[in-house]
Design a protein around this ligand. Structure first.
Ligand SMILES: [Zn+2]
Length: 210
């Protein structure tokens, strides 16, 4: 598996490029900004982007999606429960002081029970509401790797004070869905350092059951 992770934009959203070494097919997860850097990495590995997957409709995760679609013709995937947030990108741009990216068109809604693939590498979609109504994670079971968006961070969890956020829902998503994964699962959060499910189960102050 080719997996490049790099922070993009002023809020340093972790963008992932996942590719198949044989077929050269790829998916890009959360192209929030810095599309030229993303395209450079795609060219470096000689990859063809087949899908653009958005973990949730916050501007730092979705801001560059239309630019990337224009170059690659790959469809943009987002859970439909975040379509309302997507219509608030202008307001979101004001909150964080970023230029508004214009309208983002979604080609397909994805949710639990569906999969997305880059060649031979397939991820299960896990709908994990709480940070936003439509937050999803991607779980690559054979590789034991989780792309967590802003649902789980090393030592913390996603904020729930923005529109669509719910502390009750994010805790349910974390306990019922993410902590059900094996301890050795590598977690790639939406921001910051990588971690594992086992590490967070043992030490994350939001997840330790008292
Ligand atoms: Zn977010």
């Amino acid at each position: 598996m080719i997996h490049e992770i790099f922070p993009v934009g002023p809020l340093q959203c972790n963008c992932s490029i996942i590719g198949d070494e044989t077929t050269r097919e790829a998916m890009v997860i959360d192209p929030g900004d810095d599309i030229n850097d993303i395209l450079e990495t795609i060219r470096k590995h000689n990859l063809q982007v087949k899908q653009i997957v958005i973990t949730h409709a916050h501007i730092d995760h979705v801001g560059g999606a239309m630019k990337l679609r224009a170059v690659t013709s790959a469809p943009i995937l987002l859970n439909e429960n975040d379509y309302a947030l997507l219509n608030m990108l202008d307001a979101q741009a004001d909150w964080v002081g970023m230029p508004a990216p214009g309208k983002v068109e979604i080609d397909q809604s994805v949710t639990t029970g569906q999969t997305v693939s880059a060649g031979a590498h397939t991820a299960q979609i896990l709908h994990t509401p709480g940070h936003t109504e439509g937050s999803i994670c991607l779980y690559f079971a054979p590789e034991k790797k989780l792309i967590a968006g802003d649902t789980l961070f090393a030592g913390s969890i996603g904020r729930t004070d923005l529109p669509g956020g719910s502390m009750q829902k994010i805790l349910r998503s974390l306990h019922n869905t993410l902590l059900a994964l094996p301890d050795e699962t590598i977690v790639v959060p939406g921001h910051g350092e990588l971690t594992t499910i086992g590490e967070e189960r043992d030490t994350n102050p939001f997840l330790i059951r008292r």
